[in-house]
Design a protein around this ligand. Structure first.
Ligand SMILES: *Cc1c(COP(=O)(O)O)cnc(C)c1O
Length: 490
């Protein structure tokens, strides 16, 4: 017998000093990265030979920690998406903030599973949810849960809406037993995650009634009411209105008060998708228009967008705590709650959502809010809105630029125009400008199509952007436009 009988294996380092030094190095590298990010390109293409390093078989033998980190530094770190950069404006993607990153580091180091049990992270999670309620003006006795993001937050809310529909015991019987054909109402500008959610919760795409919008891209409430009436007369059962506070395309705000009163009139669940824009409530210029959020039955919003917390974290709030809990709570033997000890403490969080195992995502929110305070966030969000308005003013003052949507919240949509060009030519010109902006690393806007016009879309939930970045953007759009027209024919 040569085999050693009780050999102890572990993943902890043989040399703690080495792992400590490497950790310090990582922190230094990150801080240098943030500090110097403004001077770096927003984005750069990934060379093929780098991509091929991500196409190997699973490593069978380990490497020294320093070697692993070296691989990260050469193949991953330089090819980031760029949403940490002050001139990243694509889609709607938050910048993160240093304290939030430390929060994630500490959360990962503590590594609690924040679902059940008596431990401080459960109280931090509860604290953050209650701050979310306070920020959104939801009542203290409402409930909520932190989830991975807006899509999960929306489906969580719509599941509660569906499960608590009248007394149909949908949770137990499914939709098979309900004679009603349940319908959800939202606008054509609503985020695609609402449709996906409707499909997953068993309603199907056909159950999503997409209502038209006005020239500000806001839901037409007359059309909504006509549709509801028509559907009722045809034997359907409207059960939920989804209003968007800040559409993904243009930042449009559906008429919240009106949607709320229609929900009451027809006894429907009123859900608000505020993934991007609910936090805009903090900007005094928008707070009135977003006031009705406080009356919604449920609200979904992201903290990784406009609270600038690192990915991922979103939140669902539900006005009626009982309906929320009744939608998800199950008590198997292996998850029994105790009155004392490790299994004591707060109500398990999996009673309020689908997931059981959950990370300590609350910590990065808790630490960020503690460090900066809500008043600072109010300023930051207002600043993004003012920057979007400032950009629109710059666009209006340039005869070769055209605003393609009214500015709402922090999204500015515009394009380069050229006398005599057809829509198709304009699209090609603007596409080329956009690609060169991105590929040269000057700025990263994205695009959309509004009323048939191909358009740059500058969505700003960036805590590093300065007003002069908008000047630069306009200057570069014009410069690249001229350069293209000199050398390319359309
Ligand atoms: C971003 C967004 C979503 C999706 O949120 P994720 O966090 O990306 O899952 C849904 N609705 C709106 C309005 C959004 O802006």
């Amino acid at each position: 017998m040569t085999e050693k009988k009780h050999e102890n294996h572990t993943l902890d380092p043989e040399n703690w000093d080495e792992i400590r030094a490497l950790g310090h190095q990582m922190i230094d590298d990150l801080v240098n990265y943030w500090q110097g990010i403004r001077e770096e390109p927003t984005w750069k293409p990934i060379p093929e030979e780098i991509k091929s390093t991500f196409d190997t078989v699973v490593p069978k033998q380990g490497l020294a920690p320093a070697q692993v980190y070296e691989q990260f530094k050469t193949t991953i770190f330089p090819y980031n998406k760029g949403n940490v950069h002050p001139r990243f404006f694509a889609w709607i993607q938050g910048t993160g903030n240093p304290m939030g990153v430390w929060g994630d580091l500490l959360a990962s180091g503590m590594n609690p599973n924040v679902a059940i049990g008596e431990h401080a992270p459960m109280y931090v999670d509860q604290q953050v949810v209650s701050w979310c309620k306070e920020i959104m003006g939801f009542p203290e006795n409402s409930s909520g849960i932190l989830v991975s993001g807006g899509s999960m937050a929306n489906i969580t809310a719509l599941t509660v809406a569906r499960n608590s529909f009248r007394d149909r015991e949908i949770r137990k019987k499914g939709l098979q037993q309900t004679a009603e054909k349940l319908l959800i109402y939202c606008s054509v500008e609503t985020h695609s995650c609402i449709q996906k959610a409707a499909e997953i919760i068993g309603l199907g795409t056909d159950a999503v009634r997409k209502i038209g919008v006005n020239k500000h891209f806001e839901m037409l409430t007359d059309e909504l009411e006509d549709q509801i009436r028509m559907d009722i007369s045809e034997g359907f059962t409207p059960f939920c209105i989804v209003g968007t506070s800040g559409t993904v395309n243009t930042g449009a705000i559906d008429p919240m008060e009106k949607l709320l009163s229609l929900s009451k009139k027809y006894d429907l669940w009123f859900h608000v998708d505020g993934a991007y824009g609910a936090l805009c409530k903090l900007d005094p210029i928008y707070s009135d228009r977003l006031k009705a959020i406080e009356e919604a039955d449920s609200l979904a919003f992201d903290l990784h967008k406009w609270l600038y917390v690192p990915y991922e974290v979103g939140c669902t709030l539900i006005r009626d705590k009982k309906k929320h809990r009744d939608s998800f709570a199950v008590n198997p033997n292996y998850l029994l709650q105790e009155s004392r000890g490790l299994a004591g403490g707060l109500d398990s969080i999996n009673n309020y959502g689908f997931e059981l195992s959950r990370g300590f995502k609350a910590l990065k929110v808790w630490m960020s809010l503690k460090e900066h305070g809500l008043e600072k966030y109010r300023k930051m969000i207002a600043q993004n809105n003012r920057q979007a308005e400032y950009l629109a003013e710059l666009v209006k003052s340039e005869p070769l630029l055209e605003l393609t949507a009214p500015v709402s919240m922090s999204i500015t949509c515009f394009r380069r125009i050229e006398p005599g060009f057809s829509e198709e030519q304009l699209k090609e010109l603007n596409r080329e400008i956009l690609l060169r902006l991105q590929e040269s690393g000057i700025a990263s806007p994205s695009s959309t199509i509004l009323n048939g016009k191909y358009t740059f879309r500058i969505a700003n939930v960036n805590q590093r952007t300065r007003f002069e970045d908008m000047d630069l953007l306009v200057k570069e759009v014009l410069r690249i436009g001229h350069e293209i027209l000199k050398t390319e024919s359309f």
